[in-house]
Design a protein around this ligand. Structure first.
Ligand SMILES: Cc1cc2nc3c(=O)[nH]c(=O)nc-3n(C[C@H](O)[C@H](O)[C@H](O)COP(=O)(O)O)c2cc1C
Length: 192
């Protein structure tokens, strides 16, 4: 698959086939893509926690918000919870450059998951202290971002900006998750 196709397909997913557990080995392989990615000053301050165990996954699922802009009926049912999680952790104080590492790591994991037929949701809306306690994170590390991982159980599609100008994601009449993106002409503001 060409990289652009992979990026296009690697849409955020919030409803998963809940009976498909994601093994520790698979999660580790995803993390390996983050490990190999660019890092500011090559400091590599990020560390990762993989969660495959069902009980811990369910506990983590209770600490995150998936699809805050969706109605309750549009969110995952009890049978559509993620099959695994990856927690991205780092030191409490990270400068702007180091913080960029989090996004790079997350997208590397997201793309690798998509390539493997899986899908992710990057999650900033997480009870970070409770998540740290749940996984037993060492005191010198803080939860920075969580990724839900699983086999997708929803269709996602890129669409144009909505008629009212909004870029909010939404579900269409066929329950397809629609993600508006700006045009390339909007994105590139200066060409010299
Ligand atoms: C840093 C970051 C934090 C995010 N946090 C959440 C979150 O807490 N819950 C959620 O459902 N989606 C979250 N998302 C997913 C975005 O909502 C999603 O990327 C956006 O709707 C665009 O969809 P796409 O990823 O398919 O392009 C987050 C994405 C990023 C990059």
């Amino acid at each position: 698959m060409k990289l652009k196709e992979l990026i296009t397909r690697a849409r955020t997913c919030r409803r998963f086939k809940g009976d498909h557990r994601i093994s520790s080995e698979t999660l580790a392989e995803l993390v390996d893509h983050a490990r190999l990615s660019a890092s500011a000053r090559n400091k590599q301050v990020l560390r990762f926690v993989t969660i495959s165990d069902k009980d811990t996954c369910e506990a983590m699922n209770a600490l995150v918000v998936l699809g805050g802009a969706l109605t309750p009926e549009q969110r995952a049912t009890d049978k559509q919870h993620p099959g695994g999680f990856i927690v991205i952790a780092g030191p409490e104080n990270m400068d702007d450059f180091a913080t960029i590492d989090i996004g790079i790591a997350a997208q590397s994991i997201n793309l690798a998951a998509c390539e493997a037929g899986l899908a992710c949701c990057m999650i900033g809306a997480v009870k970070k202290n409770e998540a740290a306690a749940l996984v037993g994170l060492p005191d010198d590390l803080k939860v920075k971002l969580v990724l839900a991982v699983g086999e997708p159980d929803e269709e996602r599609r890129l669409v144009e900006r909505r008629a009212d100008g909004s870029l909010s994601y939404y579900r269409d009449e066929n329950d397809v998750h629609c993600v508006p993106k700006i045009t390339l002409d909007e994105a590139i503001i200066i060409k010299k």
